[in-house]
Ligand binder design. Structure first.
Ligand code: FAD
Length: 494
């Protein structure tokens, strides 16, 4: 590795990942770096990726993006969580909300209090203590100065990339249209330049691979190995389709499990994004398309096209003078809307460790360690949805229920099953409340719970739980309807 100062960065690829990287780099480091992005209209983008999670708001404030302007440009609506149907067993339904649920004590989190209430016959569901769950069920939403609701967005992925392109070009990112034909390396293996079909050669000190599943730099050039996770997450195909809206937009995504995977429903201002994620060993591409079209509402606006993928990750995300972001770095299915978050975090992490004075192994190792730990936590959380099931109605679900899972997940499950306990690491994206909603929502009921709340009198217990629910109901009564709020806050001009 050479100790060359890094002054010029080339981003290969202009999908969501490429433009997110460009926008962040130019906004934060534009005075120190030349940022160039190469993309090919001929190849196009994957064009899906419409559900997000709350850290996107922090990313946008880092970039100084105005929420209303962004929402109007991308036809976005608000997201309070995900409604899961048929996951624990057929007929089940629960919401995994953003935000925190109930209030526990210093020694024991809220699930112990809730479990104690249950043992005393207070049978309200866990979600009864979450403002976001109740707001989602009532189709209500509002932002406020101190944001009592934790939220993210449903957005139009193509419009989002266009929005960020405009933002980035205005701040000085140079976009070059053209197909990359060859990637040239220095004698030591570092990347030297991209050769375009037009004959143009684009050299740089540092490269970001955002070429999607093609992985032109990280894979085809640097031959970075891939770690396959499909034994834990067997879905390997997706078929998206857009439909006309037939009702006001709900402030949540719906993920409905079927016999060999699941189907998403993501309402936007102007249309609905739908898709079927499936394992092709248990459902053919044709069956998947048919299942999708039979289960959407409203006029179909696009031709369903099957996307194939292999769940897993590159062994390293930063290799030599190249960082892979987005689909080129690996893929974990969109069940919890984590991909956009991962490359937003990826570019922020890179900017923190940026190799202004030359690439060093210690920075590479730190970047890879942090990114891998974060992705493995996300992976475990997604596996949980498949593994914590009582479904035995198809070969797919029998496999998921009985498969072995990573040790990190088994330990978590045992701790919760036995004593209702949960611990989280510092860098984990999904926090206590997320895990609780999914574990309880899919029917894992702990054998025991912490005894601290047994010291409360029955009256105290009832009054604490009732007060929490009443406070939520009271707050909810002041929150407007979601669609009405969208109409006055950020309605897109068409
Ligand atoms: P792409 O969009 O594929 O872009 C690749 C870019 O590289 C394009 O600009 C292309 O032109 C360029 N390129 C490729 N080869 C060349 C070449 N030879 N020369 C020049 N340019 C080239 N994420 C979420 O956060 N939430 C979701 O709800 C969600 N849903 C998803 C559903 C599905 C079915 C899939 C597959 C993904 C989903 N994702 C989701 C992930 C999300 O879509 C992607 O992470 C995101 O779109 C980023 O893609 P990308 O930019 O890495 O790749």
């Amino acid at each position: 590795m050479k100790n060359n100062n890094v002054k010029k960065v080339v981003i290969a690829g202009g999908g969501t990942a490429g433009w997110v990287a460009a926008a962040a780099l130019v906004k934060q480091l534009g005075k120190l770096l030349d940022v160039v992005l190469v993309e090919s209209d001929q190849i196009g983008t994957v064009g899906v990726g419409e559900a997000t999670i709350p850290p996107m708001r922090t990313f946008h404030s880092l970039l100084g993006i105005d929420e209303q302007e962004f929402m109007r440009a991308t036809e976005s609506v608000f997201k309070l969580g995900i409604s899961f149907k048929n996951w624990g067993q057929i007929g089940d339904q629960y919401i995994h909300p953003f935000g925190s649920t109930g209030q526990g004590s210093y020694l024991a989190d809220f699930q112990h209090l809730w479990l104690h209430g249950k043992s005393k016959g207070i049978n309200e569901e866990f979600g009864a203590y979450s403002l976001e769950v109740q707001a989602a069920k009532a189709n209500k939403f509002a932002t406020s100065k101190n944001n009592i609701l934790n939220y993210a967005y449903h957005l139009d992925a193509t419009r989002y990339a266009q929005f960020l392109r405009k933002f980035s070009e205005k701040l000085g990112v140079k976009r070059i249209e053209g197909k990359i034909q060859q990637v040239q390396q220095h004698p030591d293996g570092d990347i030297k330049a991209l050769h375009l079909e037009s004959g143009e050669i684009i050299a740089a000190d540092f490269f970001i691979d955002c070429t999607g599943f093609a992985g032109l730099l990280i894979d085809k050039t640097l031959k970075t190995p891939y770690e396959d996770w499909s034994h834990w997450l067997p879905c390997n195909s997706a078929v998206p389709v857009q439909t006309e809206s037939i009702e006001p937009a709900k402030p949540y995504v719906t993920c409905t499990a079927h016999k060999a995977g699941w189907q998403w429903h993501i309402p936007l201002q102007h249309r609905v994004g739908n898709g079927n994620v499936f394992c092709d060993a248990f459902m053919s591409d044709e069956q998947a398309k048919q299942h999708l079209l039979e289960n959407v509402q409203g006029k179909v606006l696009t031709e369903p096209r099957v996307i194939k993928y292999k769940t897993g990750r590159r062994k390293v995300f930063w290799n030599r003078n190249c960082v892979a972001l987005g689909l080129s770095s690996g893929f974990v299915e969109p069940l919890e809307s984590t991909s956009i978050y991962m490359f937003m975090m990826g570019i922020v992490r890179l900017m923190r460790l940026f190799p202004f004075n030359g690439v060093t192994q210690s920075s590479i190792d730190e970047y890879n360690q942090q990114s891998i730990a974060e992705l493995e936590n996300i992976r475990d959380f997604i596996i949980l949805h498949y593994h914590a099931t009582s479904r035995e109605d198809s070969e797919f679900w029998r496999y998921c229920k009985n498969m072995s899972v990573p040790d990190s997940l088994s330990h978590r499950l045992e701790l919760f099953r036995e004593n209702g306990l949960y611990y989280q690491g510092d860098r984990e994206l999904f926090r206590l409340d997320s895990w609780l909603h999914v574990m309880l929502g899919q029917g894992i009921m702990p054998k025991h719970y912490h005894s601290i709340f047994k010291t409360m009198s029955d009256e105290e217990l009832v009054s604490h739980l009732t007060n929490t629910r009443n406070t939520i109901a009271n707050t909810l009564s002041k929150i407007p309807n979601h669609q009405e709020f969208v109409n006055q806050y950020c309605k897109a001009q068409r």
